[in-house]
Write a protein that binds this ligand. Structure first.
Ligand code: FAD
Length: 414
């Protein structure tokens, strides 16, 4: 008798460990793993250049872990998936949920289509500790401020799901009949501008596990003070790994708890977990307020008289503002695809509050240059910096970039 086969559509979950969709499929029989590069539905949120570099390497790593069985496609999943199901005769599909508005719109459409074809589809949560619809105020409306959302909302829910291991047995279906499944995704640009990014990172599940273990050993115990010093390796640098789902927030959450076991419940652990909470809050905002990437969360900002100054924008992008900590940050971004959080806040503040350029210019630049570019965190954070967001610093609170530099980088080491 033929072994039942499930099609596993990998998306923002490029890992084998703690992957609920993959585990479920593997427990049912064979799996046919696929990835679809979807530049058709993403519209203006099509992946930036640095993210494409990352994705290229992450998919290579995933393919290795799947013994070369990952099939790659490029195009509109709404067309590709039904064709694939027809040509293989597979009747069951699984995926882990995504939360970007363009992805949820596409997935809803696809779900209806697959239902009509009588295909069995199951989706799972692999990306968030708490589903955005799970956490609401007593009156049934979403929270708009981080602290009550996290402390009264999330932490009062049942604890996050425990991470799963890798599937006990993984039988990869032979997908040789899928000729189109060896598409070149052409993710790397023809000009190699990314060599210094390549020296900084190790995309993929193994790279993520290594970052986590180094962070737990070396930095978690002084995270609260260390996280603000940009020349110090005081944070985890897990953000791109989390974005592409090479590691889950559940794995990080429980690994941090375990690493702190037996030690007095400390501010460092609480502070680190609450940063994962900020990530959740960003996804929560994007889910409940899907216009967040393009529109002011607080409409009173719609009247703000932004300036138009391409030269100032160029200088900011190229790290030529004359403010040392800002210029260092913009160059870190260009060289490594990453910028320290404290410096993101200072550089962002300079753009919107001193240069008076719209936060969307900053968000777009980050979108293209960051290896961790994430629609939820980038949009929520830029609006927070601008003062137009949820729970934001009020518009009249302006970081002084010089004193910020003196405070957080007194010797100019960064
Ligand atoms: P750690 O300090 O080790 O924190 C652990 C994890 O918690 C991070 O990996 C990240 O997933 C999450 N986290 C930490 N701080 C925040 C935060 N303020 N908001 C949301 N999640 C957080 N983060 C992105 O992942 N993608 C973005 O596109 C992005 N754009 C930003 C733009 C601006 C203007 C600002 C001010 C912040 C932005 N952030 C973004 C948030 C934050 O700067 C990064 O998540 C953090 O610097 C990643 O470094 P880390 O992994 O070492 O963080």
């Amino acid at each position: 008798m033929a072994i039942p086969t499930t099609l596993v559509w990998f998306r923002q979950d490029l890992r084998l460990e703690d992957n609920p969709a993959l585990c479920h499929a593997a427990s049912q029989g064979a799996v046919l793993p696929i990835y679809i590069l979807d530049d058709d539905n993403s519209g203006e949120w099509s992946m930036g250049e640095a993210s494409r570099w990352w994705l290229h390497h992450s998919l290579m790593q995933l393919n290795k872990s799947l013994d070369g069985g990952l099939k790659l496609f490029k195009g509109d999943p709404i067309e590709i998936l039904p064709q694939l199901l027809e040509s293989t005769g597979i009747r069951t599909v699984v995926w882990n949920r995504c939360y970007e508005p363009w992805r949820t719109a596409r997935d809803t459409q696809l779900k209806h289509h697959l239902q009509q074809l009588d295909i069995e589809l199951t989706s799972f949560n692999a990306q968030l500790l708490w589903e955005p619809w799970q956490v609401l105020k007593n009156d049934g409306t979403p929270y708009r401020v981080f602290t009550p959302y996290y402390r009264k909302g999330c932490l009062q829910q049942p604890p996050p799901r425990l991470p799963l291991g890798k599937p006990d047995k993984l039988l990869i279906a032979n997908g040789d009949m899928l000729e189109s499944g060896n598409r070149q995704l052409d993710l790397l640009p023809t000009v190699n501008w990314y060599s210094s990014i390549a020296k900084t990172w190790q995309p993929g599940e193994a790279g993520a596990a290594e970052r986590l273990s180094r962070f737990l050993q070396k930095a978690l115990n002084h995270y609260k003070s260390g996280r603000d010093i940009p020349d110090n390796a005081g944070t985890s640098r897990l953000s791109p790994h989390l974005h592409f789902g090479e590691i889950s927030p559940n794995q990080i959450w429980y690994a941090a708890l375990q690493a702190s076991e037996g030690k007095p419940a400390g501010d460092n652990l609480d502070c680190f977990l609450s940063e994962l909470g900020w990530r959740e809050f960003s996804y929560y905002l994007l889910y409940h307020f899907p216009e967040l990437p393009g529109q002011n969360f607080q409409p009173k900002f719609d009247q703000f008289p932004w300036r138009d100054d391409p030269q100032a924008l160029d200088a900011w992008q190229q790290g030529r503002t004359g403010i040392p900590i800002v210029d260092a940050g913009m160059r870190e971004l260009w060289q490594t695809g990453y910028m320290h959080n404290r410096v993101r806040m200072i550089a962002g503040s300079l753009l919107v509050k001193n240069l008076l350029l719209h936060w969307r210019h900053g968000a777009n630049w980050f979108w293209d240059c960051l290896v961790d570019a994430d629609l939820a965190s980038n949009s929520a954070s830029w609006q927070w910096v601008a003062g137009s967001g949820a729970d934001a610093a009020p518009y009249f609170r302006i970081f002084n970039p010089v004193t910020q530099g003196q405070k957080f980088d007194p010797d100019g080491l960064y």
